[in-house]
Design a protein around this ligand. Sequence first.
Ligand code: MLT
Length: 411
Amino acid sequence: MRRNSYFSQVAKNYLFSEVAKRKEAFFHENPHSTLISLSIGDTTEPLTPTICEGLTKAAALLGTREGYTGYGAEKGNVQLRTRISQEIYQGKICPDAIFISDGAKCDIGRLTLLFGPNVRIAVEDPSYPAYIDTAIIHRGYENTILPLPCTPENDFFPDLTTAASADILYICSPNNPTGKTYSAKELEHLVAYAKAHKQFIIFDSAYAFYVQDGRPRSIYEIPGSKEVAIEIGSFSKMAGFTGIRLGWMVVPSELCYEDGHTVQSDWVRLITTFYNGASSLAQQGGIAALSPTGLEEITAQIRFYKENASLLRQACLERGWQTYGGIHSPYLWIKTTHNTSWEAFDDLLRNAHILTTPGIGFGKSGEGFLRLSSFASREVIHEAVQRIKVTSCATFPSGKVHMTKNRARVM
Ligand code: MLT
């Protein structure tokens, strides 16, 4: 049996696996250090009371004859799809176009299967590494991936110079990692571009709830976008479901291939073949999250992470670091003066005992940047702020490390 040769075209480890390996090596060398993790964007705050109640009730029901359910509906729980339609899309997307899934990352992987081996994708550079890695594993890099540089010089709006030959544009807003949040005008431009070049847009809205200044949270706020765009949504960063796993995808019935076939019918064929939907329990958690009290609670939790981001941002700016993002996004994107972003990563790790994510892990244009995540307790953020303020010191006070779910905590 021959190996899929495309595996030799991706880095040996997925970005966050590589960071985790380096963290373990650091612990090995510095067993008594107090490490702060501002690396992977993993939520830290407990589930809200309404979500917990929804999950607990649903679990108890499954233990009764009347309440037990097995396989769910093909597209997902209709009550959940209706809530997403009403609460996320104000009724402008019908429940029939919403497909519940076990998370955005899984949908990103399945999308590569949907479009098959012969498509070219244009991707913001830097961007969430799963877009490119899943595509390379399916199709290889050569002639299939077109990186679109997003830099401070172009205000992180993708340079479309090489995008014309692409079949699909991947856009994430607010962007992971840069924090760039597209204006309506910018999205109108992208929708018009995709139409003119007969392209589809995959719009990742995983961080949409962090937008609070009236900018679009969804591509469907742009007129005409239903004919070109698929949207990916997620409960992970919105409601703390990184462990529970729940997401959705919108595939409008207006979206058609050049031969007139609807994308929606192929998507139904694909998901019913490849998996049996999201966990019924997780879906009950999602229904609770989108109830009136659930929405109030998750909005407060997002405000909390945004305050974390603001504290970190302030500290970085006071240090004179060139800092982007962190306003409508839980991530800060920081320009470093090091030769490589792995060097900057090592410097902050060794001298401040802060774990970050090197920009190069998100694409070539990420070289020279570091990403800081604001998903942490307030105690950890205050400690991080202190360390950022004095990080020219070679060392920090040592103490014990308490590991929870693979995350280092300050005691
Ligand atoms: C991130 O930290 O960018 C992601 O949320 C982690 C992942 O899903 O790979």
